[in-house]
Write a protein that binds this ligand. Sequence first.
Ligand code: F6P
Ligand code: MN
Length: 443
Amino acid sequence: MAAVTVLPVSLSARFKGSFAYFTIKDRLPQILTKVIDTLHRHKNEFFEEHGEKGVEAEKRAISFLSKLRNELQTDKPVTPLEDELPDAALWNQYLDYQRNLANGSGELSWFQSPWLFVECYMYRRIHAALAQNPPIENFDVFKEGKAQNFFESQEAVIALCTYFQELLKNIKDLDEKQLQEELFKLLQVSLWGNKCDLSFSAGGDSSQKSSPLQSLGNLLPYIVVNDMEKIWSLFVNAKKRNTEKSNVRVDIVLDNAGFELVSDFVLADFLLSSKLADEVHFHGKSIPWYVSDTTKHDFNWTVKQLQSANHMWMSRCGINWEGNLKKGVWVYHDHMFWTLPHDFSSMAGVAPDLYADLQKSNLIFFKGDLNYRKLTGDRKWEYTVPFHQALNKFHPAPLCSLRTLKSDTQVGLKPGQGEEIQASEPEWMVMGKYGIVQIDAAL
Ligand SMILES: O=P(O)(O)OC[C@H]1O[C@](O)(CO)[C@@H](O)[C@@H]1O
Ligand SMILES: [Mn+2]
């Protein structure tokens, strides 16, 4: 008989004093308040664009959001979605599933439910507040914040683009060792780029201020799982095996727009320019999500911003990247699954088309904290549980998480390692100071 794996409990605000508890109690209401303020501030714009209809829609959206905030703060049951958006049925099935898991203990409230579920649910309701209210249905309440993060990171973007364009000049002459070193640097830039998300700071300033390359050495000790050597082996093996027959494909499941996205673009460009890979597939969100996550609009906007920048190397990057998209060696995808509440172990069942697509990849990078939570099911794992086990059969292809820790779940540590860091820095799992480059692949 096959062994049945017992999964640990889900993180949840029902554990008073936990990070989930503080997130739901403090941070989520703050985010909702900011969203409401944003809509207020755009009232005139809605009027100018759509007349009275625009203002009425804004009022309806605000009242829907105030009701949502009230439900959250008074720990009301999580209610089925009432809109007719294409994913509503899947959401409501998931809500039923969560209710059944709770052993029919009645309605599932905000503070009693799994954290991952209610947090995703809040963003889905924010989306509904707009999507149900034409003519402002396409307004992205987080757009301004994402743009601001990009502009405030300008110096870091310039430093990175300049470094990269210099590197490209002699990339053909680099030997294996040097290529490996450059790959490691750009992986780390993309990893630390994940510090710059906006839901963590509840929409406050979180831009990249210093030069992203200079500090890498100092940050190295904070990478608590470092599988960079394995990534290198994976590329070397993939090249050997694939020679002329088929392309080496890398996928990047994106996280935040702003500096992090630029760091992902640079990594993707490096993989092609160094010929370690032949095509890169990016996966973004189809609705505004977790304040700073990348949508198709953010993706294209960022490439355009770089292209038209008043700085030679920035614009060179933007022009090259636009070219990559036109040539089809860079491909942007979005899929409804990324904004469902399910963890990734359900992907093969819920979104078999996406799973099948990812199976074509030689290596999938998952950026950021939320993706890590979804990879590992957002559970109270022991630190030493192997990553492969926590993935709970999710394995479309070799995969790697590039994530700074902003939630209290972490697997794949050495015995005693977690306890040791905890002793010197009790908040280490939630402060965004530590990071992982964690791979699951048969090498
Ligand atoms: O952009 P990231 O790295 O996925 O982080 C999202 C953040 O939102 C959270 O879900 C907190 O609300 C944390 O897990 C994390 O801090
Ligand atoms: Mn994010």
